[in-house]
Every structure is written in C-alpha cells, then in structure tokens.
Design a protein around this ligand. Structure first.
Ligand SMILES: *Cc1c(COP(=O)(O)O)cnc(C)c1O
Length: 467
C-alpha cells in the first residue's frame, strides 16, 4: 500500500481559476474552494481563537471579533469542542462513583487507553495490536530503543539526521552512553549537501548502503519539524532492512498530517506525540507502534503491572504474564483525562479518512505556496532587482512535504513574525531564521490562506518602508 496518487495542486488551481474566469490570487477562488471543500464542516468541531484573545495582537490593526489565522497546528493543535464534554463525563463519574469508575461507564478507567486505540491505529495504518497509547513521545522512544538498540562490537551505530529534533538527538546520545559506548563513534549523522537545507533520499539510501553493516538502528523522523520535509518512509525502511538494521520513526510531525501505512511498510517501531496535528492538548497521551512481526521476539526491557495481561493483572500473584507486542510495554495505568481529550480528536479523524484529509491538505498548502511565489518571488526580482524576499525551504514537490511550509526572509524572520502576531496570525518562529506556517486541513480554510497572504503583503510592505 502506498499513499494515494493525486492531481498536482497547481493543475487543480489552474483548472478552477479558468472555470471561474479569474486568476488564482483572486478571492473568488478561495471562496469557491471553501464552498466545495468536503471537510469544511470539521471547522465547527473546534474552538478557533479570536484575534482579540491572542496576547500579542495590536487591537488598532485588527477586527478583534474575527477568528485569528491559526497556522500553528504543527506545534499545538486546536481544541476539539467535545474535549470538555468528555472530560466532564469522567469527572462526573469520579464524583458520583469514586473507585467504581475503573470498571464502569463509557470509558472504564482501567481500559481507558484501550477504548480509543482502534481509532489511533487506523490513522497510522497499523493493526490494533501494534499500537499502544502511553506516556509522552520521548519516554516511548527510550522504551523502544531499550529493546531495539542492542549494540554489538560490529553493529553499534544509530543513524539519524544531523538536525534531528533536540529530544531525539539527546535520546540517542544517552542511549549510546547508557551502553558504555562513545557518541563520536556510534552516532552516525546524515547531513544535507553543502548549501542545501533538505536531505536527498538518494543520499540517505547511499549512506545506509555504505555504513549499514555497522548500524544497529536507523531512527528517522517522518516529517522534519524545521524544514517540513516528508521522508520516504518505505524506501528508508527497505534499505535499512536490506542491511540488517532495525528501522524506527519519530512521527511527531507526520501523524495526522500525512498518510501512514506502518504495518504494510514493515516499519519496526514508531512513536509520536498527540498534541500537534492530533489536537489532544499540551502534554497529551503519546503513541507507540511495534510491528506484529516482532510480537514474540521483541520484549520490553522495563516492565510494570500494566504490561501484565488484563485477564490476570489484578490477581496480584507476582507471576508476570506479559501481554504480547507493544501492549507489554505499558508500565502504568492510563491517565483518563488525557484519554478524554485524545478521544474527542481521534473521533473526528475517524469520521473521515487520512486519505481525504491529505487530499485537502495538498491543495491547501499548494495554494499557499502558489500565492507566496506569486507575491514574493518573481515580481520582486523583476521590479526591484532585489533577491527573492521570501524563500521556501520546504520541498516544492507536494509528495515530499506535509502541510507545513518553512519560510526564510531577506530580513530577520523575527521582525516578520512580530508584525504577523500584531495582525492576528498565530505561527511559529524557529531558530535560526525560520518561520513555520502550517495550514491544517481539519480546521483551516482556503480563506485563512487568502487572509494570511493579504496580511503578509501588508507586513512586508511595512517592513520594507521602515528600512
Ligand atoms: C514535538 C517533538 C518532540 C517532543 O517530545 P515530547 O516527548 O512530546 O516532549 C520530540 N521529537 C520531535 C521530532 C518532535 O517534533
């Protein structure tokens, strides 16, 4: 199974514009696209912050009652309206029945995670038995590495990208040190080519081919948090397996963003957080995947009572009957309030499909990319003889990215960011000089993109005047 084939977004935009007898930047196009959007009703299922409630807004520049332009779902997803209802249900049950809540009601607390694990498994393309909901992302990564990373004299390296997210980098360093090994010798980093921001698949694959015999684990991300690049998970997995490595993925920026088929791709293990595209709220319950092929061979290195089979878990005889597969990795009883918020979000995802979500996403981000190029690329070069004032570092081919575009500017990104915030745009500034813009298909609209571009034009005009 692979991700779906799609008409390139530019072709779709051109066809619609010609049908409407307008140009792509015309507001008519955004109105039409929103009108035709089969996912448009999902926006109503979320709380969208108002401009006036954002802390950095300049009230003289905006209409405070308007919804803000929220392009930060890659950092913290918005709150589904059902979250409060579901949390209230469990608070009421607790108030009314106390300890009896463990085994009664819609979400018996002792089975809280298991009540929603099916909903999670469909989103990552896994079987139910391959997924567990537990802990936070970094904890799950460590637990999985403890089982998959068993360095030997010949095979002791962990391969990851040079600019991995700090938590992943530190996790890998500390795993190496934990085994008494030397980070310099055992941490193998893939760098982009000189002068390039993103990695070429061919370079990743050739490094695996060259060094694979000494690599124990390849740990890659699905979508790169800074550049927005989507890596070729099936190809990296296949190349790693050919050399006898385990291949795992950190899917923090991929889950709920792109289509995933972890089971069919044969990925060995994966972990992800749920507060980004999965909208579970800060510190939400994280996910872990271990492929069914490892069900009887890969065991948890650390065990708690929640890894004991449910049937006899409460017999308390201290004779461990470990649940098979990833279920056995669960250490502790699930935090029911976190289950509630994740439940509210996963339900929405399951009312549609990742295929439909991704279909809208490709068009939404393609539209954003087109407008950025239209206003900030060619024109400026022609008229002003200046360099492009905005550069998109994210790959321009839609199959090599998720919904996020990462921008750099011919001026400090911080200046642009601050002006955007004053005008009611929520996006995210990342060191060293990147602005990350993430239109999220579940609650963002084509009108959001249109409004963002008008605001950005205003900001860029202001900033070039004040120079
Ligand atoms: C967001 C993110 C994390 C965060 O880790 P937590 O354990 O949830 O705090 C880790 N790795 C990557 C790649 C991320 O994008």
């Amino acid at each position: 199974m692979t991700t779906s084939i799609q008409t390139p977004p530019l072709t779709v935009l051109e066809n619609i514009a010609s049908k409407l007898e307008c140009s792509i930047p015309d507001e008519k196009l955004a109105v039409y696209l929103d009108d035709q959007d089969e996912l448009k009703h999902f926006k109503e299922c979320f709380h969208i912050p108002k401009m006036m409630d954002l802390p950095k807004v300049d009230k003289s520049l905006v209409n405070g009652d308007d919804d803000c332009v929220y392009f930060c779902g890659n950092s913290l997803g918005l709150q589904p309206k059902k979250v409060k209802t579901y949390i209230d249900e469990e608070l009421d049950k607790w108030a009314k029945t106390g300890v009896h809540g463990h085994f009664t009601g819609k979400r018996p607390w002792a089975l809280g995670d298991e009540c929603i694990v099916d909903l999670m498994a469909t989103i990552v393309g896994a079987k139910r038995e391959e997924v567990a909901l537990m802990n936070g992302l970094t904890v799950n990564l460590h637990l999985q590495m403890l089982s998959f990373y068993k360095p030997t004299k010949e095979r002791h390296k962990i391969l990851l990208e040079a600019k991995a997210f700090p938590s992943d980098h530190y996790a890998v360093e500390s795993q190496i040190l934990f085994h008494g090994l030397d980070v310099e010798e055992s941490m193998l980093l893939v760098h982009p080519r000189e002068g390039e921001e993103t990695l070429r698949t061919e370079d990743i694959l050739s490094l695996i081919e060259k060094e694979g015999d000494s690599v124990a684990v390849i740990l890659f991300c699905g979508v790169q948090y800074y550049t927005g690049q989507l890596f070729d998970i099936p190809k990296i997995t296949m190349a790693g397996h050919k050399k006898g490595c385990f291949v795992g993925f950190d899917l923090a920026h991929a889950v709920g963003n792109v289509e995933l088929y972890l089971h069919d791709w044969g990925v060995d293990f994966a972990c992800w957080c749920s507060y980004k595209y999965l909208n579970s709220g800060a510190g939400g319950l994280a996910g872990a995947f271990i492929h069914e092929k490892h069900i009887s061979t890969i065991k948890p290195s650390l065990v708690g009572w929640w890894g004991h089979e449910f049937k006899t878990r409460f017999c308390m005889d201290n004779k461990l009957k470990l649940s098979p597969g990833v279920d056995g990795f669960r250490l502790t009883n699930p935090p029911i309030l976190l289950v509630c918020s994740l439940h509210a979000s996963l339900e929405l995802f399951n009312q549609t499909s990742m295929k439909a979500i991704r279909g809208k996403s490709i068009l939404l981000t393609g539209y954003l990319e087109y407008l950025i190029k239209y206003y900030f690329y060619d024109h400026v070069e022609q008229h002003d003889n200046k360099k492009q004032i905005i550069k998109i570092m994210t790959p321009s081919h839609y199959e090599d990215r998720g919904c996020q575009l990462s921008l750099t500017f011919s001026m400090p990104a911080k200046d642009v960011f601050e002006e955007l915030e004053k005008r009611g745009v929520a996006c995210d500034l990342r060191e060293p000089n990147g602005l990350r813009i993430a239109p999220v298909p579940l609650y963002n609209t084509f009108n959001d993109v249109y409004r963002f571009i008008q605001i950005l034009r205003d900001v860029m005009a202001c900033l070039s005047k004040s120079k």
